[in-house]
Design a protein around this ligand. Sequence first.
Ligand code: HEC
Length: 423
Amino acid sequence: MMQVLTLIGVIVASHDAALAHAVGHPITHELEWSFEPWVLVSLCAAIFLYTAGTYRIRSEVGAERVLDRWHSVTFALGVLVVFIALCSPIDTVGEQLFSVHMVQHLLLMLAAAPLLVWSRPAIAFVWAFSPAWRKRIGRFWTGAGLGGAFTVLMRPLTVWVLFVGSFVFWHLPGPYSWAFHNEFVHAIEHASFFLTSLAFWTLVLEPSGRRRLGYASALLYVTVTALLSGLPGALMILSPRALYPDHAAGVAAWGLTLIEDQQLAGLIMWIPAGAIYIAAAVWLFVRMMQDTESRNIHIRRSATVSAMILLLPLVLGGCRDEAQSSETHLGGSPKRGATLIGKFGCGACHTVPGIEGADGLVGPPLDHMSKRVYIAGVLRNTPDNMMTWLRNPQSVVPNNAMPDVGLSEQQARDIAAYLYTLD
Ligand code: HEC
């Protein structure tokens, strides 16, 4: 800890000295902003699509169901962090100081990416389009094989290798120097950081219900990543040699030595970056505990219910009344619903109790639909949301494998009524 403080002290102190003797040096360290047109255009387009999509979801599906206020807040913060990383003096000073360059990389990978992933931009972006266009996009996505390619790319092992691989690769002295001297390679470096981080955080932060990685595996996933991405940082702190000599001139302008700059970079990679991974691990751990707890409650509840059924046959009558009243509330006919489920071929993808031949394994089994907390892991399980899902599965969760089969409102109501008889 003392070492850290001393180092920070050295840097703060040398900063004044640097200001004094940098005059006349070819590298000035004025805090300049850099407004790359393509960065600004992409950010503006993203903000426009997200806002339009959120607005449409709220007016068509109802507010707060798919994208609530917190999603908008994290989106705004994510965009702000990208803007600060790529346009603020962090970008210009990062060309001189290796440590500041590391701050930029970490902002993109460990701050902007998780914030943006949390805000569910894919859902918002798709909803920015009209229903006809949403359908066209969905068809193109599956038709052009993009959906399949995406599924393969999003396999946890693939994502992990790409994420850790690009992090380690671009911080090796050779590739780093290459990107340092070539604007185009530099852009590819940043793009690979950003895209692999989006994929990584998608797997870590997915909502329960449609997670590709369970909480326990995700916890291991994050921990191993944290350990491995700490390695370049450790190397920077411990190496007696200056590994990134390209910064020699820039470092001198700030009155630092290459080694000091490099050690500071190592510290930044180690402490703040480590803190973010720990925070993610704690979040996963808490979710894992909550998950286990709610499952236990469920088991306890079903145990109580079976005990009551065994002991008091009268209770059964009461339960049935309740089920019937929820059906009338929905206004659909479970009987017609059962026929429609057969007619629309839902059984090709779903195992549906009580429907003959409905033993598909593409989607989740539709047993216990009345007990689920979420539909497809994103919508609260209410009758209204169920109808929204059945009629627009592609708009709710773009690119999922369930097609929009064109149900009318009454048909969706009937099918929902049947699904809610399943407990
Ligand atoms: C081509 C395959 C396919 C067909 C056909 C299909 N589904 Fe699905 N369905 C899926 C997939 C995949 C999911 C999971 C989507 C997700 O979680 O993103 C799903 C999810 C669901 C869910 C949410 C389940 C849960 O566990 O939250 C319901 C309800 C549902 N489908 C009902 C139906 C009904 C009713 C039909 C017939 C009108 C139907 N599906 C037709 C593939 C299909």
